[in-house]
Design a protein around this ligand. Structure first.
Ligand code: LMR
Length: 397
């Protein structure tokens, strides 16, 4: 059975990490995978995470299974961080959450759930989007289509074209939206644009699925939830796929959450029972450790406050690097306006580099960038930005 198999291509993002690790150049720079690095180029464990782990190590009494949908406290805290505590949706019992292995796990459970209840639904993805999005939905046997999102000429959201496309999405289809820190472009919708998108979803009966992997990396925890909360105001049903990989730095613990909002608590409960079947048939029940860390931190006012400060440090460092990158490119004579990068949010921006320039960066300078030209700003440091910008200026010539 296996002898006819041809090798599959490397993953366009995680495959880059493999190539980066093999590169022996001591000055190599990785702007590929979406992992935060501090000013020393490290991805350390947050101090609040360490503290929560110490507490857990002392108090943990069993390694028995979690329920299919995970820790109840984690689910409740995840809902509060997305919608704000005391939100009407939570008070009315309209939300149900399952703890998932990372944000990708949340997306896959969402995909399996949609396929289960509405197999004919098409999932609409922004063009461009995270390269794994189409694969996740296609693997769940759903149809995938795209809507225009980005204007390369202006480096901003192609809002008119996006809206024109959304007006044609059939009722019952699913619209995937990046809640903040759009991956790969870094170009987000304004609050007014979110209102308009939410209104189209409500009018057309399209199910919004918000990928919320970067909460807190844009402008702040609540600020970044603006889009989700506008959508929740106008749409009776929605799905939110969240991740704590980035904002808690818990990448390898695989900590995510899929939250479903329904018109009332009875519908939410019925839908929740189907989410649990999707989980049970996929990975049975989630791993405990990461979820316990998040619940420990979010549930303790002191730890939570200190975690928010750590998150703000990460966010501020990225935003500072955005400015330094633009200034340094200018000083080194890039001869092109990169100022849009300072306006964008989250880890990523589309640099506008062509696939040939991306390849030249890697071959000539050991600088690793995703083939689409997406750069991870969080991989820049004060120590590497000058070398990085000289390399970019070189390949732009
Ligand atoms: C990314 O886009 O780099 C991250 O979301 C990591 C991943 O899994 O691709």
């Amino acid at each position: 059975m296996f002898e006819t198999i041809n090798p599959a291509p490397e993953d366009s993002i995680l495959g880059l990490t493999v190539a980066f690790q093999k590169d022996s150049n001591p000055n190599k720079i990785n702007l590929g995978v979406g992992v935060y690095k501090d000013g020393n180029g490290q991805t350390p464990v947050l101090a609040t995470v360490k503290e929560a782990e110490e507490r857990l190590l002392r108090s943990e009494a069993t390694k028995s299974y979690l329920p299919i949908d995970g820790l109840a406290a984690y689910a409740a805290l995840s809902q509060q961080i997305v919608f704000g505590s005391g939100h009407d949706i939570l008070a009315a019992g309209r939300a149900a959450t399952v703890q998932t292995p990372g944000g990708t796990g949340a997306l896959r459970v969402a995909a399996d759930f949609v396929r289960r209840i509405s197999p004919q639904a098409t999932v609409w993805l922004s063009d461009p989007t995270w390269p794994n999005h189409p694969n996740v939905f296609a693997s769940a046997a759903l149809q995938v289509q795209t809507y225009p999102y980005f204007e390369a000429e202006t480096n901003s959201v192609a809002f008119d074209r996006m809206m024109a496309a959304l007006e044609t999405i059939p009722t019952g289809d699913v619209l995937l939206l990046h809640a903040c820190c759009h991956n790969p472009t870094g170009a987000d919708l304004s609050p007014q644009q979110w209102q308009a998108v939410a209104a189209v979803c409500a009018e057309r009966g399209v199910l919004p699925l918000l990928d919320f992997a970067y909460q807190g990396f844009g402008d702040g925890l609540d600020e970044d939830a603006t889009g989700v909360r506008f959508v929740a105001e106008q749409c009776r049903e929605l799905l939110v796929a969240g991740s704590y990989s980035k904002n808690f730095g818990l990448y390898n613990e695989r900590v995510g959450a899929l939250t479903l909002v329904a018109a009332n608590s009875e519908v939410a409960e019925a839908a929740h029972s189907h989410l649990k079947i999707c989980v049970r048939t996929n990975y049975s029940n989630p791993p405990a450790h990461g979820g316990q860390i998040v619940a420990e931190i979010l549930g303790d006012p002191d730890l939570r406050q200190r975690w928010e400060a750590e998150l703000a440090d990460m966010r501020n460092r990225i935003n500072d690097m955005r400015h330094l990158f633009v200034e340094t490119l200018d000083e080194l004579g890039a001869g092109r306006d990169f100022s849009f990068i300072a306006q964008q949010r989250g880890m990523f921006s589309f640099s506008g580099l062509t696939p040939e320039q991306v390849q030249a960066l890697r071959e000539r300078h050991s600088v690793y960038v995703v083939g689409s030209g997406r750069i991870n700003v969080a991989g820049m440091t004060e120590a590497n930005v000058e070398r990085l910008c000289s390399a970019i200026v070189d390949v732009l010539k």
